[in-house]
Design a protein around this ligand. Sequence first.
Ligand code: ADP
Length: 671
Amino acid sequence: MVWSFITSMFRLAKRATSIREMEASLARNERIFRSSHGYGYFDWDLANKRILWSGGYWRYLGYSEDDAEKISFSAGYYDYVHPDDVHRLREIVHKLLKSETLIGEAIYRVRRKNGGYVWTEVRADTTRDDKGWVTHINGIALDISKQKQIQQALLVSEERHARIIEASNDGIWEWVVADKGFQFTRRCWEHLGYNDTSEIMDLNQAPLEAWRERMHPDDLKRFDKILGAHIRQQGPFDVEYRIRGKNDKWFWIRARGKMIFNEHGEPVRMSGSNMDITELKLAEERVLKAKDQAEHANQTKSEFLSSMSHEFRTPLNAILGYSQILTLDKQLSREQKLHVQEITRAGDTLSRLIKDCLDLARIEAGYLSFIYKNVKPTQLIEYCLTLVKKQAASRAISLSFDPVEFANFSLNTDQTRLEQILLNLISNSVKYNRERGRVNIICTIVDDSYFRITVQDTGKGIPLHRQSHIFQAFNRLGEENSTIEGSGVGLVITQRLIQHMGGRIGFSSEEGVGSRFWIDLPLQSSLNDRLIGSQDSAINDDAVPELLCTSPRRLLYVEDSLTNQRMMQHLLSRYPQIHLELANDALKGLFYARTERPDVIIMDINLPSMTGYEALEVLQADLATAHIPVIALSANAMSHDVEKGLQAGFMHYLTKPLELRRLIEVLNQHL
Ligand code: ADP
């Protein structure tokens, strides 16, 4: 009895414990359900048309206890579903009830209390009675908005990529290394002219095979080399190649790609793009061809100029040479002297014009060399003034320049070029001046770093609307039909020269009042270098230059032109100490040189059968003649001709028309 009491008490206690455990478990589940905001658990009792909800799902959607009745009424549930999703949801439920599916899965939007929808995924199972009728549908509902958002973003991103690729006109390809799979987008084939898929299919080949077969064999090798290097991780994959497309037409493709490697460094997958660069390549070819043609044209132009210069200078040499001889002739009458002066003047003008055109051509072509040395600018200005003195006096124009302040000042510059610049500015200030006008030249230091020479005149000035054209070649600013001589290139040459010399040029002008042109020459170290060398040879007078040697000397002149030979004879006839020997071709000259060993040889360049260069080579190679100074005298007078001559070994390179003064200077050095 006692025992049965104890055991029944024990049983009761045990049952009480398991009830407490159950209650605790229920409470625990309830807590979990309530805290699971995005989740809802439901049990849909079909007989009673009630849905029993637990979990935090509805609270999460903003509904309160007050809404519990409505939510639990199964017929009203569809009111909470997005209108676009209701039909689909009904169908799923229907299939579940008809046992067409065992497990129901649905994704649809459920309305929040405050508007807006939450994407919800529902998974449900059924409970059936003995006859197989569904009595309960139960399951879980959860918020999948985040996944939906990600999915949506992915979709947008994919669409964006597709649009970019579409817009870029690039073809895309992918190569999966493991299964040797290769995929091209349609655009890759469109690049080759295949617009119809059936045409591509007709190729009846694996795409990669079909592609490689069409590649230009020369480019295929390079392609494989670059690809191999990329796979060995030794460089980017970026290659241009030719490929044969539809109707055997050749196309250019630029392919770029990147290989993905696994953790062992093995290649896994390579993706890349193809760009159709056919048009680009054709344009490149056209540009290269045009460049070749332009270079060829430039070469032809330069050869033409060089030969034109030669052709002009040869007769000019005779004209100016003989007028020099005549000028020195004491027996000429006054009138004859005036005629000779006219010939000299016209010859000089022609010579200057040729020189201007050639200078401009040379500057434009970039051939120009400068020889820098210490030059006294004031002396150069004075020299230029002597050259325009007569012209100025003829129209009573006064020239004023006070050299005192900078008398001993010297600049490191190219004397010949500076002379050319100054002469152009000063002669313009005279040419375009009025009768009884004035020209004033002023030297100043500007910005502590430039030596400025200003040439001021009281001439007609330049109209404002023409001033912007002043540095245009062959533009004479309305002076084309005037009696003032000119070609319209002087200022352009001046500007280019001064720029090459590191300087600058500027002007101001007022119509009817006058013009001011100035040039700035960089000082560099010139300011500290006020002592000049002895090389100022520019100052000239009309006297016969003096030949320093007085004892007899022998000079060989190798020249095929009789006119030039005679001219040299006349020029040197006033120096009795010179015995001139003439040879009208190189061979005769060489023979004389070897047998008579003259003190100096003057050599023409363009000689029949053997050129002056070839003759020089023979002279230099022969011990008997190697010591004799050889001076070139040629009508090939471009700066590159001079450079070439000096490089070949001529001691000097004199150009035609020959200046007596220059010839004597050179002879003084060697005799
Ligand atoms: P040109 O051989 O014609 O003198 P330039 O190049 O030296 O060529 O000068 C170009 C033009 O600028 C001249 O034709 C002239 O119209 C104008 N010009 C140059 N210098 C002056 C000046 N000092 N006064 C007025 N006009 C000038």
